[in-house]
Design a binder for this molecule. Sequence first.
Ligand code: ADP
Ligand code: MG
Length: 590
Amino acid sequence: MSGAPSSGREPIRRLAPETVERIAAGEVVERPASAVKELVENAYDAGATSISVHLRGGGVERIEVADDGTGIPPGELVLAVERHATSKLAPLGPVESISSLGFRGEALAAIAAVSRLRLLSRPAGADVAEGIEVVAGKVVERFAEPRAPGTTVEVDQLFFNTPARRKFLKSPPREQVEVVRTLEQLYLARPEVALRLASEAGELASYPAAARLEEAAGRVLGPEFPRASFPVRASGAEGAVVGALGLPALAGPTSSGLYLSVNGRPVFARALAQAVRAGFGDALPRHRFPVGVVHLMIEPSRVDVNVHPTKREVRLAAARSVEEAVLAAVRNALVGATRLHEPVRASIGRTSRGPRGEAPPVGALAHEAPLARAAAVQRTLPQGPAGAGALGVAAAGGHPRLELLGPVGALYWVASSEDGLVLIDQHAASERLLYDTLRAGGALARQTLVEPVALTLTAGERATLVAHADEVRATGFEVEPFGPGAFRVLAVPSYRGRSAPAEAVVALLKELDEGGRATLPEGLEERRAASIACHAAIRAGDVVERAKIAEVLRALDRLPGRPRSCPHGRPIFVHLPRSRLDRWFLRSGA
Ligand code: ADP
Ligand code: MG
């Protein structure tokens, strides 16, 4: 299926010069995650059933990948780290293999050239493992060590000899997020191989070998996936497609929740992702993207992986007809699935109720002192003189006095002013308020939950939580670990409200992971404040109590400079003066 040789291993040989010339030039190794990808793919090719990855300093200090695959004979260790030497010459011959499978014999050499690398391997039949140590591409030592059959590659101090490239690395926690993401892609491309990830902090992720795609996808996309997904299966002249996709209710704000692979290798293929999305038709609203896993099995000679240095992108000989087949397969599968799943759809999503029996009692904290906790709900915004039922907004700095008339569709507020009507966007208004509070050095109000809410995070989400701990806290969420993989939410942003806190945290982590969508405002600090404010603000669709609306309007009135737009440039108010109303109603004198 993958075309990779399994047991009957070929010796490592050098590629012919004319083959080397066809290799896409560029850096194979850009960061720890790309090294991990190459090393795990090598373990896949060696027929490993279980692979473990160990990081130190997010992989910048050290990466170790150990597998239980076929191993490398001692006489070939040096050749393995040489450029353009490979054992993976499929029956097609070297040139075709390069194009279709991407075996260029380049990765180990590329990693060894920019690190201190140890390659230790025990092939089946040998009773000891032998190894070499390579510093900046030069073999400096040979050694032998006990080891179970298989191969270990240790990469220390990536880019130690190329400071310019080392400078481009992000902080260790951010690099670690990239590694987790890469492992998720690798795992979902071959869920039959078990993957584990650990760091100096202990185990970060464990992806056991999964017989069913749904089960594997659930480990990455969240525990609700299996019962909220539908299978996709079709085959045709160009190959076969097998997948598990989330029902439309699971769709995400970007395409990053869709994992595509071709012949067992994760790929980035915009056209294929679009085909999957098109298969959903209008079941997906604008700006929502499918989540799930799609595997394509295509005759290797019909795939060209040699269009990108890291083999992330592929070119298919019959791209158009493969895309059409994928679209049709998704569309057909969804039609059946929607009928089947109708009753479940309403309950999709992470539970924000208490834990379901299996988790320890979270009520314990609530008994402590619910009143004291409730009283601890802070508000940074000053309380205006809102008399009983009074929703009038005090005039400030020449503002017309606003009288709240009511909300419209959980999106807008309508208020009357002295000379007409004012329409207010609830998200933009509260976002602006929080943004200005942050820019003035203030902290955002949070409200403590009387009962903490249980939260389960995937390994990817946990890594994001670590990497973005400051932003999460600044937004007003308080999340603490509560057992292996389990967390609980103790507090939420006060404007955002108490509903569905677990979903809110997951959504926030997803957006942080995607680096925020905002291109405005300019400046790092401003963008950071804007993104925190955006997450803490009242959302479009939130039902807001009148008292809170009045509070927002009052606070807005007090802001210096009377801002008219949110940090991303969308308007906060639309003013309809009396004169305009008069013209509409054909009153003379307007
Ligand atoms: P390629 O994967 O394109 O062949 P690499 O530089 O990644 O090139 O690896 C070179 C060779 O080293 C491989 O062809 C394979 O024979 C051997 N090799 C690398 N990693 C492993 C591993 N984990 N187990 C067995 N053999 C390996
Ligand atoms: Mg390789």
